[in-house]
Design a protein around this ligand. Structure first.
Ligand SMILES: NC(=O)c1ccc[n+]([C@@H]2O[C@H](COP(=O)([O-])OP(=O)(O)OC[C@H]3O[C@@H](n4cnc5c(N)ncnc54)[C@H](OP(=O)(O)O)[C@@H]3O)[C@@H](O)[C@H]2O)c1
Length: 235
């Protein structure tokens, strides 16, 4: 069984679909039910601490979890001079703190089974991007989590990695990069492959990291970005 947060749409839905097609049982932890009927849905508002802890406890009671994909995330762009403590806390809480809490809940099952995979969905914006103080920091945190967890959990045959997508056309991306906007045009110009990413591009990397081909890869942040991160310093 693989647990995917935010499997109801965008990248998360593509991840669920691709894993289900490969024969994995998949549970989506999201507020909305995924469209695909063979995905199990555990309704959860990850910003509600009591709700999420109750759902994480339920997952911790299962003995069949092999993988965890920490995918759910939000971005709330603003300049540093417009810093808003409430927004900052919300982004950090959902994108980073909830990731650590869920992983902590599920890891004892993986340790008991002496195998497992954790994949954190980070972002190429960890390299820095104007208006993303909280978002970029939260994504840098989940890349860093993967490195620490790889060190702690390698002895249990558990691989932990992060994926840093470039621009992928989803609802979240459209909200922050509307058609016709300058920022959208600039992002496209930066991509050597001359197209935005598709949710399936990221889902393919997740499926690879879950597979037997990826048993010797751990602690890495893998960029799935059409080359748009090139020329920057990798973290
Ligand atoms: N799109 C990009 O260009 C891009 C690039 C780099 C990284 N990423 C990262 O990739 C991940 C997925 O992004 P996306 O573009 O697919 O976003 P999206 O289309 O907005 O989907 C976000 C998913 O997260 C879930 N979610 C959001 N808030 C939640 C909450 N409070 N409780 C439970 N689930 C919640 C949503 O489910 P419900 O609404 O049903 O709860 C939804 O399934 C994010 O972590 C994002 O930062 C995206």
């Amino acid at each position: 069984m693989v647990v995917v947060t935010g499997g109801s749409r965008g990248i998360g839905a593509a991840i669920c679909e691709s894993l289900a097609a490969k024969g994995y049982g998949v549970i989506s932890l999201s507020r909305t039910k995924p469209a695909l009927s063979d995905i199990l849905h555990l309704g959860c508002d990850l910003t509600d601490v009591n709700d999420r802890r109750a759902k994480f406890k339920q997952l911790a009671e299962r003995d069949d979890i092999f993988g965890l994909v920490n995918n759910a995330g939000i971005a709330t762009p603003n300049l540093i001079e417009d810093f808003d403590n409430e927004i900052y806390k919300k982004v950090m809480d959902l994108n980073a703190t909830a990731v650590a809490e869920l992983t902590a809940a599920v890891v004892p099952v993986l340790i008991k089974n002496k195998q497992g995979r954790v994949v954190n969905i980070s972002s190429e914006l960890i390299l820095g991007f104007a208006t993303r103080t909280a978002y970029s920091a939260s994504k840098a945190a989940v890349s860093s989590f993967a490195r620490t967890w790889a060190l702690e959990l390698g002895k249990y045959n558990i691989c932990c990695n992060a994926i840093a997508p470039g621009p992928v056309e989803t609802e979240l991306f459209l909200q922050n990069n509307p058609p016709g906007s300058k920022v959208r045009k600039k992002k496209l110009e930066k991509i050597p492959l001359k197209r935005f990413g598709r949710p399936s591009d990221v889902a393919g990397m997740v499926a690879f990291l879950m597979s037997d081909e990826a048993t010797f890869i751990t602690g890495q942040t893998l960029y799935v970005c059409g080359g748009s991160s090139l020329g920057s310093v990798p973290v």
